[in-house]
Design a binder for this molecule. Structure first.
Ligand code: BGC
Length: 376
């Protein structure tokens, strides 16, 4: 080896060891309880910026942590699994003391989580449960089964089968409905669909509801990566394959506002207008809140991401102070390896009449934003 190569190798080795030093410390065995917040860093990994809710989540968590003096490394992974793995790897090597992760694929981060565990970095699973790993320390989310129940109930209320107070309505059907589910690699998609199907099944069994396409299994109803275009395409295909005899769609179970907008577009392109089929949703995204206000979408499920961010921050702080975060559920969320202690928040159904009280009065959206269908 000539000298130049040796010198270059020496420089590279030095750079590497310096990087290791600056990255080290952090999680690895340091007594974070004795450190000031300004010396501590929290890695926040969010799935995508294509949906408002994750932008709001990321911003809320960051702001709340920074207000307490912590350093924050917030990254979005563009719904790409290798990108998220790489971002989490980097958070670990750059010295994160706690990780808050909303996974794209709940099973894809095992090696990152092992690296975190090796450095004693606590991992908080944010909204979506990370599966098949023992290295998940806490879970903050909403009551996801109840989200599904609320979506199915909103479908029944929209059709008039139930009244808002849960009592039987006057409508008897039969109503043609179609079912959509989220991304199968997201643990929540299963909870939403289970909650919804447990609620709808009696009405399907007694003939009040008819799934005309017969696509009632989650694998048939699923929407990879929760993509709006995928839902629009599937709705178009359903209309062509199952409604070419003049039959009409009366309602669609949709688990997320982005999918609902795709479904509504497909319906409108097929000629549905005026009183639209009942379409449900989730997340109170501003474009959908406007559609609800305009009578196009029937309902959404509001999950206050500000409250979720509060819980994530509380859990992170508890870990940094070497305490155990407060859980309110220690039974439901088995990730395949262990039951992850969880803090679950309640959810709220929003119909047109609830927009003012639930979304505007609470400061989630302004009246102008609802009118425009756009966040300021
Ligand atoms: C979240 C939902 C969201 C969906 C798509 C789920 O994991 O719980 O709030 O609509 O992902 O982003």
């Amino acid at each position: 080896m000539n000298r130049r190569i040796l010198a270059a190798l020496g420089a590279a080795a030095l750079a590497l060891s310096m990087a290791a030093c600056s990255g080290e410390g952090a999680g690895s065995g340091t007594d974070t309880a004795a450190q000031a917040p300004s010396e501590l860093k929290i890695g926040v990994s969010m799935p995508t910026q294509t949906s408002e809710r994750w932008i709001a989540d990321g911003n809320s968590v960051k702001e709340k942590l920074e207000a307490k003096g912590y350093k924050v490394d917030l990254q979005y992974a563009n719904d790409d699994i290798p990108t998220q793995s790489q971002q989490v790897d980097q958070m670990i090597t750059q010295g994160a003391n706690v990780l808050i992760i909303a996974a794209i694929d709940g099973t894809a981060l095992s090696s990152q989580l092992q690296a975190a565990a090796d450095k004693k970095i606590p991992v908080i699973s944010y909204d979506r449960l990370i599966r098949d790993s023992k290295n998940v320390d806490f879970y903050v989310s909403f009551d996801n089964y109840k989200v599904g129940v609320a979506q199915a109930t909103a479908l029944l209320v929209g059709l008039g089968v139930l009244n808002k107070d849960g009592s039987p309505g006057t409508a008897k059907g039969p109503f043609n409905i179609e079912l959509f589910a989220g991304s199968l690699d997201d643990n929540n998609a299963h909870f939403f669909f289970d909650g919804a199907m447990d609620t709808l099944k009696p009405q399907i069994d007694n003939g009040t509801l008819v799934v005309k396409s017969k696509q009632t299994a989650i694998e048939q109803a699923a929407t990879l990566r929760w993509q709006q275009e995928t839902a629009q395409k599937r709705m178009e295909d359903l209309l062509t394959s199952s409604y070419n005899d003049g039959a009409k769609v009366a309602g669609v179970l949709s688990p997320y506002d982005g999918l609902s907008r795709g479904i509504i577009t497909a319906l409108q392109n097929a000629g549905y207008s005026g009183k639209m089929p009942v379409v449900t949703g989730q997340d109170a995204e501003i474009a959908s809140v406007k559609l609800i206000n305009d009578g196009v979408q029937s309902s959404t499920i509001f999950k206050d991401t500000r409250l979720l961010a509060d819980q994530a921050v509380k859990a992170a702080e508890a870990f940094l102070k070497k305490q155990t975060p407060e859980a309110n559920d220690t039974k439901t969320y088995d990730n395949g390896v262990k039951v992850v202690p969880s803090y679950l928040l309640p959810v709220e159904t929003v119909y047109k009449d609830d927009i003012q009280k639930s979304l505007i009065d609470s400061g989630y959206w302004t009246a102008d934003e609802v009118k425009a269908g756009q966040a300021k």
